[in-house]
Write a protein that binds this ligand. Structure first.
Ligand SMILES: [Fe+2]
Ligand SMILES: [Fe+2]
Length: 252
């Protein structure tokens, strides 16, 4: 059913939760989650130069995750929603420990992997690998969605971010296993902490938080329309980014 953004018909909390949950579940079949990049990434190891492209572009987006969550905090005034958003932000920022910040742990992983692939120490900041246009667009446009004057649009984007994250981390980790032979067994699992902390618990909690945060702020049909716009907008930016990344690293 088409939802009009000027329709102020009231929706009950139960109906809002049901509608938002259905939207969240639709993430599983979206090209942001089902795509050729993940298939290629999981099928076998890529050359070091291509892993560098993946690392540079993926880290650029992950590095800005706390900014997006902070914008969602600013866009809503609902106290319960804000409290849940702060819990999410605290996870991303390592609960106040700079060494535990998620993007710091991810950077460490990519630098370790690339150093093994190259056979010498690699620092991501020293690479000249360019950012893809869709990565730049994803960072810029998603911050507009998260900073929307309509809190529901911002929380819709947050819902998309948190619901696509779990399968994303599972697929990326499965691909990372293609490089397992570059490590001792225990060393490999130690290096994969970024993936385990997300697959283990963090993203499951974020999914539930984002769902209740989004549902509690939808009181009319128009609110649901704003939510859906933010949700779809963010997923489309992600899908475009994975598609361009796939074109950049697929075999010629
Ligand atoms: Fe994270
Ligand atoms: Fe998350």
């Amino acid at each position: 059913m088409e939802i009009r953004s000027d329709d102020v018909t009231a929706v009950s909390p139960e109906e809002a939760h049901e509608r938002v949950h259905a939207l969240a579940l639709s993430t599983a079949g979206h090209p942001a989650v089902r795509n050729a990049f993940y298939e290629l990434w999981m099928a076998g190891p890529l050359p070091a130069g291509h892993v560098e492209v993946v690392a540079r572009n993926y880290l650029e987006r992950v590095r800005r995750t706390p900014d997006r969550i902070a914008l969602a905090f600013l866009s809503t005034t609902d106290v319960a929603a804000r409290a849940e958003i702060v819990a999410n932000l605290s996870d991303e920022m390592g609960h106040g420990d700079p060494a535990r910040v998620h993007s710091v742990i991810l950077r460490g992983f990519f630098e370790t992997l690339l150093s093994r692939l190259r056979g010498h120490p690699v620092r991501l900041d020293d690479l000249t690998t360019p950012l893809l246009p869709s990565t730049v667009r994803l960072v810029e446009q998603s911050e507009k969605l998260f900073a929307s004057p309509h809190p529901q649009e911002s929380l819709g984007a947050l819902l998309a971010q948190e619901w696509h994250a779990y399968p994303q981390l599972v697929f990326l980790y499965e691909g990372v296993r293609n490089y397992r032979d570059l490590f001792e067994l225990t060393e490999f699992h130690e290096a994969c902490e970024y993936f385990y902390l997300h697959i283990g618990a963090t993203e499951k909690e974020h999914k539930l938080q984002a769902l209740s945060t989004a549902a509690r702020t939808c009181r009319t049909t128009a609110d649901l329309a704003h939510l859906e716009r933010g949700f779809t907008g963010y997923l489309e930016l992600l899908a475009d980014n994975w598609a361009e990344l796939h074109r950049a690293v697929r075999p010629a």
